[in-house]
Ligand binder design. Structure first.
Ligand code: SF4
Ligand code: FES
Length: 251
């Protein structure tokens, strides 16, 4: 049986650039299949706008399967929508009801200026990674990896931390626009492994310094970042980063 299409009102943030004043503009989306993804729904709206010779809505996306971290929409007051453990591209229209009004905004944080409409500049995250989110030692080949003994618990925790896709939802969710969850995931994934030990001291110091320099706020333990993270990165990573930072500064 064919599923009934959804008729929706979309209140979408439109802004020409970081300096321009933005505003919400309302659009009617008609007969949207509940099987569409949220981004496909925006594609359909954009096709209709282009047909009417109106400017399409700019939004970020790439893999559309929850891997790349590019999609970044604030939907009805929640980063990646009101669902847990998924990115915007994994959100489906079946989560909405016919007649709903959906408010769509960009990430809002000083360190993520709007480029256009719903697209923000997340270069700040790249700069934090450049400050220390790497190892510059020979990690060896596949046989060597098997020869380096790593506690199972540490390997699992490192893998969990490495699941962070750098989407920035943690910053957008935080009232302080803190990047602690992101930075702590990137510090943890290396701090938990032997290959990460050689540069551990400089890494945590440099990444935290860069995070502060770029205008991210402080953590006040509200837990909003963990609640909204599509990869369910845990707050315990922040505790680990704080321990690493303290230890580095005592040396
Ligand atoms: S910690 Fe979670 S919310 Fe923050 S950037 Fe990584 S995946 Fe996105
Ligand atoms: S488009 Fe890649 S995670 Fe959503």
């Amino acid at each position: 049986m064919e599923k009934k299409g959804l008729n929706l009102t979309l209140k979408i943030w439109r802004q020409d650039n970081a300096q321009a004043e933005g505003k919400f503009v309302s659009y009617e989306a008609k007969n949207i299949s509940p099987d569409c993804s949220f981004l496909e729904m925006l594609d359909i709206l954009n096709e209709q706008l282009v047909d009417k010779v109106e400017k399409p809505i700019c939004f970020d996306h790439d893999c559309r399967e929850g891997i790349c971290g590019m999609c970044s929409l604030y939907i009805n007051g929640c980063p990646h929508g009101n669902d847990s453990g998924i990115t915007t591209c994994q959100l489906h229209m079946r989560r909405f009801k016919d007649g709903d009004t959906i408010t769509i905004e960009p990430w809002r944080a000083k360190a993520f200026p709007v480029i256009k409409d719903l697209v923000v500049d997340r270069t700040a995250f790249d700069k934090i990674i450049q400050a220390g989110g790497y190892v510059s030692v020979n990690t060896g080949g596949i046989p060597d990896a098997n020869a380096i003994a790593i506690r199972k618990e540490n390997a699992d925790l490192a893998m969990d931390a490495a699941a962070c896709i750098g989407c920035g939802a943690c910053v957008a969710a935080c009232k302080n626009a803190s990047a602690m969850l992101f930075v702590s995931a990137k510090v943890s994934q290396l701090a938990l492994l032997p290959q990460g030990q050689i540069e551990a001291t400089e890494r945590v110091q440099n990444m935290v310094a860069k995070m502060d320099e770029l205008g991210f706020g402080n953590c006040t333990n509200t837990g909003a970042c963990e609640a909204e993270c599509p990869k369910e990165i845990k707050l315990t990573n922040i505790a680990r980063m704080n321990r690493e930072y303290l230890a580095a500064n005592l040396l």
